[in-house]
Ligand binder design. Structure first.
Ligand SMILES: [Zn+2]
Length: 334
């Protein structure tokens, strides 16, 4: 249908679609720059941390947009115990906290589904959409977390192009970022619970057993085949980390896809174990792959993580990789 021009500036100005090539047996993946720009602009208007009013408004906006695009979409509310502002101030002064310096936080996962009665399984695609709270600084997170969040709606449509087997459920997790400055500060400063991945841990706690698999309460007959998690995928020099915590078979296919696409130079060959929203799924026995760039960290958790340092060309390329992996999950019960 469409050719594959790389003159993105022109396509951006026209609000066109980018078509990213075709391999044997894989249907074309196309990426709408107009849609990506719209979501990027909304996501980077202001900080939207876990539990904030701006995050609540963003969740409402997302549900509205997703419904307009034709998906079933809703907010999954949850509550979690988090370090309080008092605790945060203590940690900044290197003082420990106790349970009296914690409070309950209300979070919102956003869910959108492209699932129909003929489907026999579900593939979950995920991204966190909260921004990291940086004390005294404005942080909008163009790469962490807008880049992956804006890709999910475009991947949702791929089920129609990949045949009839699985439906796709997209989940935007709230509360991935730690409330305290460091990922494991809660343990270092006297608290006995994990201070991160709040939304994904709640989402997984709501799954129910169906035979040997896990199912969503809304789709009790459709076993979850796997999770593709996306995070920090918009650097102009995007590199793919090989995550040692991800499912071995999915990671191995991921590697093959990157090689088939001629993206060997984009692979960070050092295997590292990455903690992210896929861990609760893995702990439940659900195959999960984290597609993340943990090498380009110049703007990571810094106010400079802005749209001018983001490449939608990278996001589109990662979308094509993810689309191939969805294709793989469709055809291969894990
Ligand atoms: Zn982050």
């Amino acid at each position: 249908m469409c050719r594959c021009p790389w003159i993105l500036a022109l396509w951006l100005s026209l609000g066109g679609q980018v078509c990213l090539g075709e391999a044997k047996g894989v249907v074309n993946w196309s990426f709408s720059l107009r849609h990506a720009q719209q979501w990027l602009t909304r996501f980077t208007e202001s900080p939207h941390t876990f539990g904030s009013l701006s995050q609540k408004r963003l969740a409402q906006w997302m549900v509205l947009q997703l419904r307009r695009e034709g998906w079933t979409s809703f907010v999954q509310d949850f509550e979690a115990r988090v370090p309080s502002q008092d605790c945060l101030q203590r940690v900044l002064k290197k003082k420990t906290c106790d349970i009296s310096q914690t409070s309950m936080m209300k979070g919102k996962n956003v869910v959108a589904a492209n699932v129909h009665p003929h489907h026999k399984c579900i593939i979950i695609i995920g991204s966190h959409y909260d921004t990291k709270h940086l004390v005294g600084q404005k942080y909008v997170g163009a790469n962490d977390s807008a880049s992956s969040s804006l890709l999910l709606p475009q991947l949702l449509s791929s089920v129609a192009r990949h045949g009839p087997s699985c439906g796709i459920v997209a989940v935007w997790f709230d509360g991935e970022e730690a409330v305290l400055p460091g990922w494991n500060d809660s343990f270092s400063f006297g608290l006995s619970f994990e201070d991160h991945t709040y939304g994904s841990r709640y989402f997984v706690s709501q799954l129910e057993r169906c035979g040997n698999s896990w199912c969503l309460l809304d789709y009790p007959e459709l076993p979850i085949r796997g999770l593709l998690l996306l995070d920090m995928i918009g650097s102009p020099e995007v590199k793919f980390s090989l995550d040692g915590n991800s499912n071995v078979r999915l990671r191995s296919h991921f590697y093959s896809v990157l090689k088939q696409m001629g993206l060997e130079d984009r692979i960070n060959a050092d295997m590292t174990k990455i903690e992210d929203d896929h861990i609760p799924f893995i702990e439940k026995g659900i195959p999960a792959l984290n597609i993340i760039d943990f090498e380009n960290l110049r703007h990571w958790h810094r106010p400079s993580d802005l749209t001018q340092h983001l490449s939608l060309r990278s996001v589109a390329m990662v979308g094509k990789v993810a689309d191939r992996l969805i294709h793989f999950l469709h055809r291969n019960p894990m």
